[in-house]
Write a protein that binds this ligand. Structure first.
Ligand code: NAD
Ligand code: ZN
Length: 249
């Protein structure tokens, strides 16, 4: 039997309408910590307090205090070879799009042009009361003086990054596009996702249900390993460039 990476490379070489589905793991080697898994942020913070919409409305400073601590790492993060390989797969006509659960913007920065952000983007901030928008950097800059930060337009405290919190719906247009791409794809490539976050984890399932082969690149086992054609356990920043190289032989 061929090992996982050889089998995956064959599938990649044959794909024309592949879709990559990515999670926090693809950005781990850029220095951004994942939520789950070994060294995940949820071992340090309470996910409900930090990023559920109910708690945010009561006490926005819980989110912004963590954000104050972590933003510098986030701001300094650059795409790693995993993001770059995914952009090259789009260029090579292997994948049509990246559907991501990440909010860090690194896929676009690496050169992927079709990026569907299921959980929004952490690069901008919107006021839930008046709708005013601001860049993330400007809000972060005043956290030293103001906690929680206030909306520049209405003075309210409900200014929130444009990411999907627990208890909030996903952006409908992105969801529809992601499921359409999944149903039409000829390969589903999952990278760096624990595949336990609902409803985003329905995207690879939809591809499998439509008959597409599934390749999973993740540091630990996932609930979909059993239905995958190939599973590669390893760091995506090393596995993806290797996979692309093998697919191009
Ligand atoms: P997750 O945190 O639940 O799981 C990440 C998975 O990646 C884990 O299974 C882990 O073992 C694996 N992993 C860690 N390092 C890896 C590496 N170098 N190579 C390959 N795999 C690696 O992430 P998720 O499934 O994406 O879902 C959780 C939520 O976290 C999403 O809603 C997402 O919005 C959010 N999130 C985003 C970011 C970001 O934007 N970079 C960071 C943290 C969390
Ligand atoms: Zn406002």
């Amino acid at each position: 039997m061929k090992d996982g990476i050889e089998r995956a490379a064959e599938l990649l070489a044959a794909a024309r309408r592949g879709v990559a589905f990515t999670g926090a793991g693809v950005s781990a080697e850029s220095g951004i910590r994942t939520f789950r898994g070994e060294n995940g942020l949820w071992r340090q913070y309470d996910p409900f307090k930090v990023s559920s919409i109910d708690h945010f409305l009561q006490d926005p400073s819980a989110y912004w205090t963590v954000s104050k601590e972590r933003y510098e790492t986030y701001r300094a993060a650059r795409p790693n070879p995993g993001h770059v390989a995914l952009a090259a797969m789009e260029q090579a006509g292997i994948v049509r799009a990246v559907v991501t659960q990440n909010t860090d913007g690194l896929h676009r920065e690496a050169g992927s042009t079709e990026v569907i952000e299921l959980h929004g983007s952490g690069r901008s901030v919107a006021c839930l009361d008046c709708g005013a928008r601001e860049g993330r950097a400007e809000v972060q800059a005043r956290l030293a003086l103001e906690m929680p930060p206030r909306c520049r337009t209405c003075g309210g405290v409900h200014i929130k990054p444009a990411v999907v919190f627990f208890g909030e719906p996903l952006p409908a247009e992105a969801v529809e596009r992601a499921f359409t791409l999944a149903r039409e794809c000829d390969l589903m490539l999952v990278v760096g996702s624990s595949l336990v976050v609902y409803p985003a984890n329905g995207v690879p399932v939809a591809a499998v249900d439509a008959g597409a082969p599934l390749v999973i690149v993740n540091a630990e086992p996932t609930p979909l390993d059993g239905v995958a054609t190939a599973v590669i356990q390893g760091p995506s920043g090393e596995v993806l460039p290797r996979l692309l190289q093998l697919a191009r032989r």
